[in-house]
Design a protein around this ligand. Structure first.
Ligand code: MG
Length: 177
């Protein structure tokens, strides 16, 4: 039998970069505000959910948490907990940012795709990108945002968000000598 050489176990703190992926979906409901990426859009329906239903901020939060292999948004902020009813999703995002900073990482860039039938995102894309960039503390040209209609998916009453984030070792948390 051939003996294999034991490999040195890599630790997370040795990784100079990490990637995270997040996904979320919410159904439209009449009579509630529509929030996407922390921006309130003028529309006759909003996204339902236990919190404010911000599908993009939820996917970004999960992408950040996934990047450091942390617990997901539903574990940190369970829908069964009444304190998160109607919560501002910025609170979730800020907790994810706190956790990646504590792990020694910073956000380098983010890319996202929204899938929804209406409203059209194009006219609001610049404002959403600007808001997300501000929340993450990164330049606007490091926030990608595409919008697609759900053709062939029979999914006209929901909004879906896909997000990837790229994390790099934070200069502030560089290893001490
Ligand atoms: Mg959600």
């Amino acid at each position: 039998m051939v003996k294999t050489k034991a490999k040195t176990k890599a630790t997370a703190s040795n990784l100079p970069t990490r990637i995270g992926f997040g996904w979320d979906s919410h159904a439209f409901k009449t009579g509630i505000p529509l929030l996407i990426g922390g921006v309130k859009l003028d529309y006759d329906k909003g996204l339902g959910g236990h919190s404010d239903g911000d599908v993009l901020l939820h996917a970004i939060t999960d992408a950040l948490l996934g990047g450091i292999a942390g617990p997901d948004i539903g574990t940190l902020f369970p829908p069964s907990d009444p304190q998160w009813k109607g919560a501002d999703s910025v609170v979730f995002l800020q907790e994810a940012l706190r956790r990646i900073a504590a792990a020694g990482y910073a956000v380098a860039n983010l890319d996202s795709t929204l899938i929804l039938n209406a409203p059209k995102i194009g006219p609001h894309a610049a404002e959403i990108r600007s808001r997300v960039a501000s929340l993450l503390g990164i330049p606007e040209d490091c926030v990608g945002l595409k919008a697609k209609t759900p053709e062939g998916l029979n999914n006209d009453n929901a909004a879906v968000a896909h997000v990837v984030v790229f994390l790099t070792k934070s200069r502030r948390k560089s290893p001490s000598r």
